[in-house]
Design a protein around this ligand. Structure first.
Ligand code: FES
Length: 101
């Protein structure tokens, strides 16, 4: 399935949204989608993850406006092929999706 993935990026004090068009199976997690985009399309995207099991919480992002763990959210859970991924609110953004927890 084809997804339009928009990522709110932040670098050197400038925020902008960058959009990628990605083919992925619906059971892909948002974290795996981000990893695929970084490996195949844009190595400059910053995001964090560790356990990949919903335990550490470090992969938390806002997905279409709702705070979620990227490693526990499947594309099929979202009900849309238009995905906006943003950093969590009320934290200082270090770069892109990486915030100061
Ligand atoms: S990577 Fe640890 S909760 Fe997602």
């Amino acid at each position: 399935m084809k997804y339009k993935v928009s990522i709110r990026r932040y670098k050197d004090g400038v925020q902008y949204v960058q959009t990628y068009y990605v083919e992925a199976p619906p059971n892909t997690t948002v974290l795996d989608l981000l990893i695929n985009i970084r490996e195949d399309l844009d190595g400059s995207i910053a995001f964090r993850y560790a356990c990949r099991m919903g335990v550490c919480g470090i992969c938390a992002v806002r997905i279409n406006g709702t705070p979620k763990l990227a490693c526990m959210t499947k594309l099929s859970d979202l009900g849309t092929q238009d995905i906006l991924i943003e950093p969590v609110k009320d934290k200082n953004i270090i770069k892109d999706l990486v915030v100061d927890f």
